[in-house]
Write a protein that binds this ligand. Structure first.
Ligand SMILES: Nc1ncnc2c1ncn2[C@@H]1O[C@H](COP(=O)(O)OP(=O)(O)OP(=O)(O)O)[C@@H](O)[C@H]1O
Ligand SMILES: [Mg+2]
Length: 252
């Protein structure tokens, strides 16, 4: 039985530079899947395709599993079938709804730091944490997707990085480090709460009046984001588990 006998394409979900993602439905069970097709310029690149290997080495409730994978050598493309996450990515969410309040931001920060802690524990660096690579599902649960840049700690990431979210050292050296994921997560959280809110709080913290203001959740979260965003990696949380400690302490 061919793939088109088994699955029906409903619509194209996204059209990236090298990959396209389609929503498909299993004709028999009506289960929905995301079908990702990644194009390569040469057969050698196909051989180096690591996304599936990495995803399959991870077992975490909010990371997608690959149900089916094959390489179409004739057209130099890799095809992956994953369960469809019913929701929208945070880039679209933000465009539609605007910034999130601090308690939502805090909950999402904890969810993402937890996922990242698990990934880092497995010696993997995601290397492309950004709004478009996080999906909010209908149960308000976040999923981290797109492991196309991911690699083992210390390895060189092959993919072109997202300038807006990538850590400065990752842009120049391309070496995958846990603290570079921490920086990108900080950027994501900054985008979610909004630069205005962030700068306003930072000004308060830096001003002398800081000692007069209540040490509330908003200030604690902003301080944690600031530490994630340090230009010098040594001053950042070194990995997600360190970040999580401060996040959990923020509500004590
Ligand atoms: N399993 C999924 N369920 C629902 N939507 C998905 C799923 N996987 C991907 N998408 C949607 O497709 C978009 C693009 O997917 P993804 O980030 O994996 O590809 P990409 O950024 O084009 O890939 P690459 O970085 O490899 O070029 C996501 O932002 C998301 O909106
Ligand atoms: Mg992506």
């Amino acid at each position: 039985m061919s793939l088109t006998d088994k699955y029906k394409v409903i619509q194209r979900i996204s059209h990236g530079e090298i990959s396209k993602v389609y929503l498909v439905v299993d004709n028999k069970t009506s289960a929905k899947y995301a079908f990702k097709v990644v194009n390569f310029s040469s057969a050698d690149d196909v051989k180096n395709f690591e996304e599936v290997e990495i995803l399959n080495s991870l077992d975490y409730v909010s990371l997608p599993k690959v149900k089916l994978f094959f390489v179409d050598y004739q057209h130099n493309r890799a095809c992956m079938l994953m369960p469809y996450i019913d929701g929208e990515n945070l880039d679209i969410y933000l465009q539609r709804n605007g910034c999130v309040d601090i308690s939502t931001a805090y909950q999402w920060f904890c969810q993402l730091a937890n996922m990242l802690r698990y990934i880092h524990m497995r010696n993997i660096v995601h290397c492309d944490i950004k709004l478009a690579n996080v999906i909010l599902d209908r149960n308000q649960k976040l999923w981290l997707i797109d492991f196309s840049s991911a690699c083992h700690e210390g390895a060189i990431t092959k993919k072109v990085l997202t300038v807006e979210f990538a850590a400065p050292e990752l842009m120049t050296e391309r070496k995958a480090r846990y603290y570079s994921d921490v920086y990108s997560l900080g950027k994501l959280m900054l985008a979610l709460i909004g630069e205005d809110v962030y700068c306003n709080i930072i000004n308060k913290i830096d001003s002398e009046s800081f000692y007069d203001i209540e040490l509330n959740l908003q200030i604690k979260v902003v301080k944690i984001i600031r530490r994630c965003l340090m230009q010098d990696p040594i001053q950042r949380y070194q990995k997600a588990s360190d970040l999580l400690v401060d996040l959990l302490e923020a509500v004590e």
